[in-house]
Design a protein around this ligand. Structure first.
Ligand code: ADP
Ligand code: MG
Length: 317
């Protein structure tokens, strides 16, 4: 191969916002026949919006939102950001500031307080919330996440199982909030597809690649997004640590795999793929693991990158 042409190819890529780690990477684009696309933040905007809050019988939605919002305020996950933002927007306290009370541990309870926070990647979050608003001076252990995870933690979800299933069947992403052993609310979110994702998938197909949508989200939401962008192969409800195994399995079936992702949970899969492409709008870990960074975070750049690489290789031949 003529190194000059390869360097020209990588230089042209840089102009387009396609950062290729080294000229040798162009070679990997030649045989790629499958492109695995992470859903959240890659095909979709990754900016979830909270569209509905459902409360268990006898509870009000404000209480669900206050407790779920307090715990999610500690997480960076797109779901967490949407719930925390929704809580802030809805629960604006009007009037004069309340006098500052002091809890049993001496912590002021004029504001919602979260301690013992824990994040279970791909499952949910938990923390102990103290709030001035509901007189929970000693704190309440709140969990927000997948119902299957809540049940593993001993939560009875039956009161809200039907509402949850209906939200998912409608193509939304839904999580449950729980405390004191029972599900207390369902938080319903939507994450719009990026405007260029439809064209990007069409272009990837035109390059002879089979698109596969991969996500930790529920099968219903995954299928709705897949339908919107024209993907028929969907692998949903995959835990973060298992995304890499999906890539390995496809490779063991003889497929040569490109993977496009943005999250910490995509890093291992990006490294395992024959060609890893990271969204420049995503996490540093994903970019470090990938061969190519798409600076603009636009899926259209993934087809441009593969087309550019193949054209560069053709010039060399
Ligand atoms: P993706 O693969 O689409 O980027 P993740 O693997 O990050 O999604 O999350 C998968 C699922 O885990 C979510 O759809 C949600 O049910 C649950 N989950 C993860 N993080 C949180 C959180 N902070 N709050 C509530 N649920 C969460
Ligand atoms: Mg993602």
């Amino acid at each position: 191969a003529t190194p000059t042409a390869l360097l020209v190819g990588t230089g042209r890529g840089a102009q387009l916002g396609i950062l290729i780690k080294g000229p040798e990477i162009l070679e990997s684009t030649r045989r790629v026949d499958t492109v695995v696309l992470d859903k959240t933040g890659t095909v979709t905007q990754g900016r979830m919006a909270l569209v509905d809050v459902l409360a268990a019988p006898g509870l009000d939605r404000e209480e669900v939102l206050r407790f779920a919002g307090a715990v999610e305020g500690r997480s960076e996950h797109p779901i967490a950001r949407a719930i925390a933002a929704g809580a802030r927007a809805t629960l604006t306290t009007g009037g004069a500031p309340e006098p500052v009370e002091v809890g049993a541990d001496g912590v002021p309870i004029g504001e919602d307080q979260v301690t013992e926070f824990a994040n279970e990647p791909g499952r949910g979050v938990t923390g102990v919330v103290r709030t001035a608003h509901s007189g929970v001076g000693l704190g309440r252990r709140v969990l927000v996440g997948r119902p299957s995870w809540l049940r593993e933690q001993g939560v009875d979800t039956t009161a809200l199982d039907t509402a949850f299933t209906a939200a998912e069947a409608d193509g939304a992403t839904a999580v449950m909030a729980a405390w004191s052993g029972s599900a207390r609310g369902v938080l319903v979110l939507r994450d719009p597809v990026k405007p260029t994702s439809v064209q990007a998938v069409a272009e990837l197909r035109a390059l002879g690649l089979r698109p596969v949508l991969l996500t930790g989200d529920n099968a219903g939401a995954a299928r709705v997004v897949a339908g919107q962008v024209g993907i028929d192969e969907v692998i949903a409800e995959v835990l973060p640590a298992d995304k890499v195994d999906v890539v390995t399995r496809l490779q063991s079936e003889g497929r040569v795999v490109a993977m496009v992702g943005d999250g910490v949970n995509d890093a291992a899969a990006l490294a395992q793929a024959d060609l890893g492409l990271a969204m420049g709008t995503g996490t540093d870990v994903a970019m470090q693991a990938a061969d190519i960074t798409l600076v603009r975070g636009d899926l259209l750049a993934s087809s441009q990158a593969i087309r550019l690489s193949r054209r560069t290789l053709r010039i060399i031949k």
